[in-house]
Ligand binder design. Structure first.
Ligand code: GLN
Length: 488
């Protein structure tokens, strides 16, 4: 058996499982032994039940042996961000307030994964309640970047990106409210996608900012991400924001759609604050698209400069409301020091929430408070519309946009931890797409002189994931960036 099964793609492994040169149990054991070997350094995994994972693998092998109909992910080990409900497993959201909480039911995305035969392997670290860009806000431990253990893996889905990059899972699920799938994917050298708002049901996802949150796939190739997206997408009556549409077969369409495409370069994404090496790598990617006959044109998204401010008003407002449910009564931690009714709320929350979560709840409560609502929240909603209109307008002329995913490569642990504003700027290129609801993908496009990965972001039209994936796939196939792995 090959030594590096854990670095193969799900698509390659599915073929091996199909021709019986590999069993799901062998594959799962290989990935488990990888976790044992490297997770001490990476610290991506927050929960692992080996017996359960091997049981699922055995069941997959048995289905195959008797010729039962198999799902598209049958036998493939998948890691889950610790914010999605898996029945019977812990669900902490990286927070002490949910330290001992166990999910009573499956999220819709998880139920779908189970139906497609995926093996739910482990749970993965994240910034508390998905608030952050480095996983340093996890209440448990900080995850390391597999390319440089001194650096952060990005966040908030840092565990999901680091696990794929280090071979601790074949595929993972993350969530993206302002960049939390794409930014860590970029910093860890893997592929990560935020689907259009409404494509994937969020039932069973612990809400951070409900008008922005989306669940999405991370993997080692665009094809793998297409495969995983197909398994989790689609209408769900349990999520009123999920959209009724026929989910296309994304994977075969990757090969059918070959361009050339009309691609826009938003000039606002190439200004101040963009690292020179990141810019050079993205410029080379743009040259590639030019070389295959794509029409490249500069475009403008004029309200880009307001995106970060708008996001931090809307996301904190929604978070302050969503997190009100953690009150020491219904879920998770209850302070033992409480001596009165009010104490139960205030002490449980004071003990259970970390600093960043408290900062956001305070900010969100402020922008929603009477007298300030019109000045902040309502105005931010209006600016959000302007930002969305910017995208819809450029899409009259181009099929998709090319930008850097993040302004810099991975930074050192601690470097931005005490400066929230510097941290917030990590998402300057990803936040607008959440405000606009449009889909976007990050695909590896090079590395810095220090050997850290750089990501290219392709931003697409609403519900046109097939085109978005095909555009990213074209670049990936012409380069080897996704085939190199960190030495651990
Ligand atoms: N880093 C951004 C924040 O802290 C985005 C997080 C996310 O997408 N979940 O809010």
């Amino acid at each position: 058996m090959s030594e590096s099964l854990h670095y193969k793609t799900a698509s390659e492994l599915s073929l091996m499982l199909a021709d019986k040169s590999l069993s799901a149990v062998e594959l799962t054991k290989d990935v488990l032994s990888r976790i044992h070997k490297v997770d001490e350094k990476i610290k991506a995994v927050t929960h692992l039940d080996e017996e359960d994972a091997l049981g699922q693998a055995k069941a997959s092998d048995e289905r195959r042996a008797v010729g039962e109909e198999l799902g598209a992910l049958d036998g493939i080990p998948i890691g889950i961000k610790d914010i999605l409900a898996v029945k019977g497993q812990p669900l902490t959201c990286g927070s002490k307030i949910l330290e001992n909480f166990v999910s009573p039911y499956d999220a819709t995305s998880i139920a779908k994964l189970k139906r497609s035969g995926g093996i739910l392997l482990c749970r993965l670290n994240m910034d508390e309640f998905a608030m952050g860009s480095s996983t340093e806000n996890s209440s448990y431990f900080v995850t390391s970047n597999p390319w440089d253990l001194q650096c952060i893996p990005g966040g908030s889905s840092g565990g999901s990106a680091a696990a794929v990059a280090s071979g601790e899972a074949i595929l993972t699920l993350g969530t993206d409210t302002g960049g939390s799938i794409r930014q860590p994917a970029s910093l860890c050298g893997v592929v990560g996608m935020k689907p259009t708002y409404g494509l994937v049901s969020r039932y069973g996802l612990v809400a951070f900012a409900s008008s922005l949150d989306q669940i999405g796939p991370l993997g080692r190739s665009v094809e793998d991400v297409a495969l995983l997206l197909h398994s989790i997408a689609g209408y769900d009556k349990k999520d009123s924001t999920s959209f009724k549409l026929e989910v296309p077969e994304y994977r075969p369409e990757l090969h059918e759609k070959k361009g050339p495409w009309k691609l826009g370069i938003p000039k606002e994404y190439f200004g101040e604050g963009l690292d020179a090496e990141v810019r050079a790598a993205v410029d080379r990617a743009i040259d590639y698209y030019r070389s295959i006959g794509c029409k490249i044109q500069e475009v403008s998204l004029p309200h880009t400069e307001y995106a970060v401010a708008t996001y931090y008003i809307l996301a904190t407002a929604e978070a302050s409301s969503n997190l009100a449910r953690f009150d020491g009564v219904r879920y998770g931690r209850r302070s033992e020091k409480a001596t009165s009714h009010v104490d139960v709320y205030s002490k449980s929350r004071a003990e259970g929430f970390g600093e960043e979560v408290k900062r956001r709840v305070i900010l969100g409560t402020y922008v929603l408070s009477s007298g300030y609502y019109d000045a902040y929240y309502l105005r931010a909603q209006k600016v959000r519309t302007l930002i969305r209109n910017d995208f819809l307008k450029v899409y009259e002329e181009v099929d998709a946009l090319l930008t850097p995913t993040a302004p810099t490569v991975a930074f050192k642990k601690g470097e931005r931890a005490s400066d929230p504003l510097a941290m917030y700027l990590s998402d300057i290129f990803t936040i607008s797409t959440n405000l606009a609801g449009v889909p976007a993908i990050s695909v590896p496009c090079g590395s810095s002189s220090s050997g850290l990965p750089i990501g290219l972001q392709v931003i697409g039209k609403p519900f046109q994931e097939s085109d978005l994936l095909a555009i990213a796939h074209s670049f990936e196939q012409a380069h080897d960036f996704s085939k190199v792995h960190p030495s651990l």
